[in-house]
Design a protein around this ligand. Structure first.
Ligand code: FAD
Length: 451
């Protein structure tokens, strides 16, 4: 089939990426059917075990803006302007995310965001949503998808283009797992995660400062907390999986938290129940290539976590998945609607970027768990912010480039290397006056950064 004709498009999964992608495609005048294994989450409520809230930043917001959801999402978000580090002794120390203290990442309810994206998709002419459809098989030669429906039937629709947005354990990806040209890896961290809740206080207030992402760095374990609109906090405890099982009795659970998280323990009101009932989730990095596969009758493209699941320590998985969808839309613009060219360009542009954020996310685990506590790290962050203030636009921290810009992720490590060289040169006295500011200093900085 010539791909410039109207192809039959199937999107698998109505997570964040699936909904956005379906909407963007239907706005191009395409007919898109979206299949989701769950019942409509707007009716049934969120799945247990999925993260309750997400940190959404510049890339996610840019994507949401394209379907008119940026302002609505921000209106329901809680901005977090920095990290609040909690020591074992119970001391708190606030570290702003940006030198001007103005920039914030946004704590957004995953369920609400997904519901808004579903609403927009449903209202867009051309989108058909099919809930209770679990993909079991995809035949790349016949173009047939086989779904098990929640009423126990099999449905076997055909498609010309299948866009797999069915998450890190993608069923659609299984169609190509054993292809000779397909490289695939999934790496699990020893650490797993468990969600706990800090409810609002009896007088309806937040128990912690809602303007921060709270971190309790403890080396081998770490807990974080993000605020929710109902004035509760969702905490995520990261810990080697084997250690979760060591806390067997209620007393052991309480004692562990009292010793390691003494300021959180009194406000984790349902600690024992949460700890016992909430599952331990896995933290996986998925890498694979290629993302686009052609059979005789169908083209499959992997998108979002299905192509590149990453660990959550930079709060970028969803941001990155949404960015994929924007890129596909852009590539279709550039190719004049030629799907084959568009999908090749999409994977070519995105792979290096997604590999880069996967590495940065792993590195940020170490930063959050260990380095934020160290004096050297704190001094370095303070020095970086001083440079940012003196040399606005010239020195920008990695965190800011990732979270507050849409600079391609793959360019960030190189930019950091050049900045770090310049910082070292400055420290060595080459850039006299840089820290004091001024045009001579800025010129010297620019010269060093280009080297
Ligand atoms: P998913 O959101 O996983 O959606 C996949 C959809 O496909 C689901 O609706 C699923 O039901 C459906 N599906 C699955 N299998 C089938 C099938 N066989 N048939 C039909 N449908 C199917 N990212 C951030 O940007 N910021 C954060 O703060 C953040 N925090 C996180 C915290 C934790 C603990 C974790 C684990 C992840 C976090 N992430 C965060 C990452 C983020 O959750 C994912 O990157 C994002 O959800 C990926 O979106 P997606 O649409 O590709 O996949």
């Amino acid at each position: 089939m010539p791909m410039t004709d109207q192809p039959r498009i199937a999107v698998v999964g109505t997570g964040l990426a699936g909904c956005l992608l379906a909407t963007l495609l239907a706005r191009r005048g395409l007919e898109v059917t979206v299949y989701e294994r769950r019942e409509d989450p707007r009716r049934t409520g969120p799945e247990r075990g999925r993260s309750i809230n997400l940190a959404v930043s510049a890339r996610g917001l840019d994507a949401l803006e394209r379907v008119g959801l940026r302002e609505e999402s921000l209106g329901r978000a809680l901005p977090m302007h920095g990290r609040m580090i909690h020591s074992v002794a119970g001391a708190e120390s606030f570290r702003p995310y940006s030198a001007d203290r103005q920039r914030a990442i946004n704590s957004i309810s995953r369920a609400e965001l997904n519901a808004s994206l579903l609403d927009v998709a449903e209202k867009t002419p051309g989108v058909t949503l099919q809930f209770g459809y679990r993909l079991r098989e995809l035949n790349l030669d016949t173009g047939q998808l086989s779904f098990e429906t929640s009423d126990g039937h099999r449905r076997r629709p055909h498609a010309d283009i299948v866009l797999a947005t069915d998450g890190s354990y993608s069923a659609a990806r299984r169609a190509v797992t054993f292809r000779q040209d397909f490289t695939f890896s999934q790496d699990y961290l020893d650490a797993g995660y468990k969600e706990l809740t800090i409810p609002a206080t009896p007088d309806g207030e937040f128990a912690l400062d809602p303007d921060a992402l709270h971190i309790w760095p403890r080396g081998e374990s770490m807990m974080i907390a993000l605020p929710n609109l109902d004035r509760s906090f969702t905490c995520t405890l990261f810990w080697p999986k084997a250690d979760f099982a060591k806390l067997e009795t209620d007393a052991q659970i309480r004692d562990y938290f009292a010793r390691n998280y003494p300021d959180a323990a009194p406000v984790l009101l349902n600690l024992v129940e949460d700890f016992r009932q909430n599952p331990v989730g896995s933290l996986v990095t998925v890498k694979c290539w290629p993302w686009v596969h052609r059979g005789e009758r169908v083209t499959l493209a992997l998108v979002g976590d299905a192509a590149h699941a990453i660990v959550p320590f930079f709060g970028q998985g969803a941001n990155c998945a949404l960015e994929d969808c924007v890129e596909i839309d852009r590539c279709l613009d550039e190719s004049g609607g030629d799907w084959q060219r568009a999908l090749d360009t999409y994977q070519g542009r995105r792979k290096a970027n997604c590999d880069a954020i996967a590495e940065m996310a792993l590195d940020n685990f170490v930063e959050m768990r260990d380095r934020v506590n160290s004096r050297v790290f704190q001094a370095k962050t303070a020095a970086q912010h001083a440079l940012e203030r003196r040399l606005p636009g010239h020195y920008v921290s990695r965190y800011e480039l990732v979270s507050f810009t849409t600079m391609p992720y793959a360019q960030i490590p190189d930019r950091m290397r050049r900045q770090n060289r310049a910082t070292a040169a400055t420290a060595a006295g080459l850039g006299v006056g840089v820290v004091a500011g001024g045009s001579v200093a800025r010129a010297m900085w620019r010269r060093i950064r280009r080297r």
